[in-house]
Design a protein around this ligand. Sequence first.
Ligand SMILES: O=P(O)(O)OC[C@H]1O[C@H](OP(=O)(O)OP(=O)(O)O)[C@H](O)[C@@H]1O
Ligand code: HPA
Length: 185
Amino acid sequence: MSVDLDHIRQVREEADCLYNEQQIEEAIANMGKAITEQLSDSNPLIYCVMNGGLVITGKLMTHLQFPLEASYVHATRYRDQLTGGQLNWKVRPTQDMKGRTVVVVDDILDEGHTLDAIVDFCKEQGAEKVLTAVLIDKKHDRKARPGMKADFCGLDIEDRYIFGYGLDYQGYWRNANGIFALKGH
Ligand SMILES: O=P(O)(O)OC[C@H]1O[C@H](OP(=O)(O)OP(=O)(O)O)[C@H](O)[C@@H]1O
Ligand code: HPA
């Protein structure tokens, strides 16, 4: 599929910045502190949810100065669309997680179906405790479960389509150094 890069550039230029780099880095440091307080003696297994979790997981991990193992899973349900569909597992966890504490790290808790499915899978595999950490919690009433929350969360946002810090618009701008909302969405 060919991509109109002028459109991609225009989207970034017209977007509203909801959080700048400094605010996000502060939020990530606070998440790191909270996770350290709770998990520093638990030898956790940290799972990055690709692709969106790439930036937050890397940045968060440097705030976790205790023994841990890191790996990734790959699950997607948006496929360059603005609304989610069926969850498609591309890479499932491979490590033995029996009896382990697992932390699933992702960029966003939107409706929550992605995190719920990954958490359920880890529990089925025998993880003793499964916790979730997200940079962003989007505020609306369409959560997979009413009141659903991540165990660790950096920032809340209003109900708009966002990109930056791992989140994409049509596969682009995961590299944007802020959280930006798409004009008109
Ligand atoms: O809470 P939900 O409504 O389930 O949405 C959240 C998920 O959606 C995005 O992934 P996406 O499916 O877009 O794949 P990507 O990580 O490759 O961007 C995001 O990275 C989360 O994993
Ligand atoms: O607002 C969003 N932006 C990008 N990816 C997403 N995946 C779920 N919600 C979003």
